[in-house]
Design a protein around this ligand. Structure first.
Ligand SMILES: [Zn+2]
Length: 222
């Protein structure tokens, strides 16, 4: 399985897959579309190879390009619990102060086919990606994590080393994640975190460039 981060304005999205088809986990800010497009191009991927977009939660730094990606043929895998949060996001960006250049393209709920987390997991598996979508509220009521093998993608869920301070809901979400047997995770702002070592979240801003070039290098060597 290959994992490629793409970052913009201190936020990561992830391109996950192998072979021909990939899943996007998150789509950054309302002005991130050119970054996503060039990131995929640098990876040698076309939009037609993106089997679906999962959104960790519908906050502006993670769900800003849903409609633009949909218009480029990327299927949205919106989970039932996330549907009410789309309206919140559209209203957030409708305020000029949050989108001064008017770049956000609203996502119509009518254009979203809601999936249960189980149905989204089945869809992903039908694309030859051994992935599982699980509900992990805590940072946001619509939070979902994506488990692929022993790797978790957790969005904005507070990092495990700080989770206790955020209360029971976050702790319950983490125990669900850990029960899948993951050994590492990718956070939407803190980047890559290995569970076996007591490391701090990686706040090095060069992380994305280093790991992207390493990912490309691994790809070239494989
Ligand atoms: Zn958030």
């Amino acid at each position: 399985m290959k994992i490629y981060p793409i970052s913009h304005k201190q936020t990561y999205m992830y391109v996950i897959g192998s072979g021909e088809r990939y899943i996007l986990y998150d789509c950054l800010w309302q002005d991130s579309f050119p970054v996503i497009r060039s990131g995929l191009k640098a990876l040698g991927l076309s939009f037609s190879q993106i089997a679906g977009l999962l959104v960790s939660h519908f906050h502006p730094d993670h769900a800003g390009c849903c409609e633009l990606l949909r218009q480029h043929g990327v299927p949205l895998l919106v989970i039932d619990e996330q549907i009410p949060h789309i309206t919140w996001l559209n209203n957030f960006f409708r305020q000029r102060k949050n989108d001064p250049e008017g770049l956000y393209v609203p996502l119509s709920v009518d254009d979203c086919k809601p999936y249960s987390s189980a149905a989204a997991s089945s869809f992903v598996q039908s694309c030859d990606i051994e992935g599982q979508v699980i509900l992990t509220p805590g940072h946001s009521a619509d939070g979902i994590s994506f488990i692929v093998g022993q790797t978790a993608f957790v969005g904005d869920l507070p990092t495990l080393d700080t989770a206790e301070a955020f209360g029971d809901e976050v702790m319950t979400s983490w125990s669900t994640i850990l029960s899948t047997g993951v050994t590492e995770y990718y956070h939407a702002h803190a980047g890559y975190i290995k569970l076996s070592s007591p490391c701090r979240p990686d706040t090095d801003t060069t992380f994305d460039l280093i790991s992207l070039s390493q990912a490309l290098m691994n790809d070239l060597l494989s």
